[in-house]
Design a protein around this ligand. Structure first.
Ligand SMILES: [Zn+2]
Length: 496
């Protein structure tokens, strides 16, 4: 090694530089002490050594520059196999990566006005015209190179070729220092944040239509007085791209459905908190929660409540999907976890609910839940109480809503509708009567001529009516406010 150092004399000291490993999760150029190299190809460039394992943290940190949020993209990359060079130079690379600010290097700022800048700076090994990204190319020449050193594969040499986010004339070309970028997307980070991405993906996963997501987003941005960051510029296209990602990744990975699910679980391991493949007598159970959802659950569930929302009949899904909801300050429901099972969810709740509670406790040991709302009396309440150490309330909006809808459909006399609805209420609340079934008998006799409704009632409600009455006798019933919030979430979900 030493005998060959004379070939690049000014670089010879690089291995004597301290390896910098800032203690923060992500770090930027500002956290690093840079050394200027003199002469040679890298003459005038700032260099530093960091552990190779932390290159990702540096790229992230450097991308979230407050004055010039950017996103550094890999402009070119070269690799050499180990052992392929017998006499490596001191800065010889195993892997060479050129990172370029996503607002460059081409400059399409003038394009809208018809003037084409044909002389835009292109890196030697550029990837062509990038038509999809033209609209955001503003000629930025900020870029750096990372070399995984051939002789020290655990180290990365960063060569910062151009530290400032400027165009080739040297003027700021995006971020808050660029006058022309004022009030446009170019003032902010080129991509939406991971948090926003997770949020939108979550909404798409449960089937909230693209239009509703965009509409909801626009209302929110208007609500806080116009755009403040890149996330506020979330466009229809952003959402459509994410929808495409979901479609391409989660559906039909394999001809066989169950195989597809196993593959999906493998690929999304960090978003799966419980998975049981169906085998023999064991049903299929899949519990999903993204990081963003966990954060929301920790934030809005603390001293608040979680509502269980069982959704049946969502056409997209083969198995029923159940959603756990929390509510923000303006009473909007936020889905914070999903469970898909091939059996009735209530039968399998003991398998995953404890794991979910643990997941929250790990994130914040002081987290406490005030109440857990269930919309089905067949849940084993003791298991929920044990997992969350809180009250369990019963929501009856789902039952009442199904009855009203069915009455409106099958019975055309308003007075009869009203009477029947009143009677149905008594069935649930008949705490003074010794036997619920007596009241049920009476109800079915009084309204025996309402055949269509009775058929529905017998098949859908009769088997469980005692369970419901018992549930209401033994559990407090949730007040109108959470009921209304859940119902409005339900309506938004089904409007498509
Ligand atoms: Zn830039």
């Amino acid at each position: 090694m030493k005998g060959h150092e004379h070939k690049i004399p000014r670089m010879e000291d690089i291995l004597n530089l301290p390896v910098q490993d800032p203690p923060c999760a992500e770090f930027s150029a500002a956290h690093i002490k840079w050394v200027k190299v003199e002469g040679g190809r890298q003459g005038g460039d700032d260099i530093a050594l960091i552990p190779f394992a932390r290159v990702g943290d540096f790229v992230k940190g450097e991308s979230s520059n407050a004055e010039c949020p950017a996103s550094f993209r890999i402009e070119s990359r070269r690799r050499r196999p180990e052992g392929s060079i017998s006499k490596p130079r001191v800065d010889g690379y195993l892997e060479y990566t050129l990172y370029w600010c996503s607002y460059g290097p081409e400059d399409y700022r003038e394009n809208e006005s018809g003037v084409v800048d044909g002389s835009s700076t292109k890196p030697a090994s550029g990837k062509g015209s990038r038509p999809g990204r033209r609209h955001m190319m503003r000629g930025c020449i900020c870029h750096f190179t990372v070399k995984r050193l051939y002789t020290r594969p655990l180290l990365a040499l960063i060569i910062y070729n151009q530290r400032n986010h400027v165009d080739k004339s040297g003027s700021p070309c995006h971020g808050i220092l660029d006058q022309d970028a004022m009030g446009t997307r170019a003032m902010y980070a080129p991509r939406i944040s991971e948090e926003q991405r997770q949020k939108v993906m979550s909404m798409l996963y449960v089937g909230i239509p693209l239009d509703s997501i965009v509409q909801h987003h626009m209302e929110m941005v208007e609500g806080h007085g116009g755009p403040h960051n890149r996330d506020d510029f979330l466009s229809r296209n952003d959402v459509r791209n994410m929808e495409r990602v979901i479609r391409n990744s989660s559906h039909e990975l394999h001809e066989d459905d169950e195989c597809s699910i196993r593959m999906w679980v493998q690929r999304h391991r960090k978003n799966v908190f419980y998975f049981q493949d169906s085998s023999g007598s064991e049903p299929f159970v899949l519990g999903m929660q993204t990081d963003w959802q966990l954060q929301q659950l920790v934030q809005y569930g603390h001293n608040g409540y979680i509502a269980f929302h069982s959704t049946f009949g969502l056409k997209k899904l083969k198995y029923p999907l159940c959603t756990l909801l929390v509510f923000n300050a303006s009473r909007d429901a936020i889905p914070v976890a999903w469970v898909i099972t091939s059996s009735f969810v209530s039968q399998d709740i003991h398998k995953w609910i404890g794991l979910l509670a643990e997941r929250i406790q790990t994130k914040d040991p002081r987290w406490r839940l005030d109440a857990f709302l269930v919309d089905d009396p067949s849940f084993e309440i003791s298991i929920i109480r044990e997992a969350f150490q809180c009250r369990v309330l019963l929501c009856i909006w789902r039952a009442r809503r199904s009855w009203i809808r069915r009455l409106l459909k099958t019975c055309c006399n308003f007075d009869v509708q009203r009477e029947m609805f009143k009677h149905l209420g008594w069935l649930l609340y008949c705490t003074r009567r010794p036997n619920t079934m007596d009241s049920v008998e009476e109800f079915m006799q009084v309204f025996v001529d309402q055949c269509a409704f009775m058929d529905y009632f017998k098949s859908r409600w009769l088997p469980n009516i005692e369970l419901w009455a018992n549930g209401i006798r033994s559990l407090p019933v949730a007040g109108p406010e959470p009921n209304a919030a859940i119902e409005s979430y339900h309506l938004r979900l089904c409007r498509s």
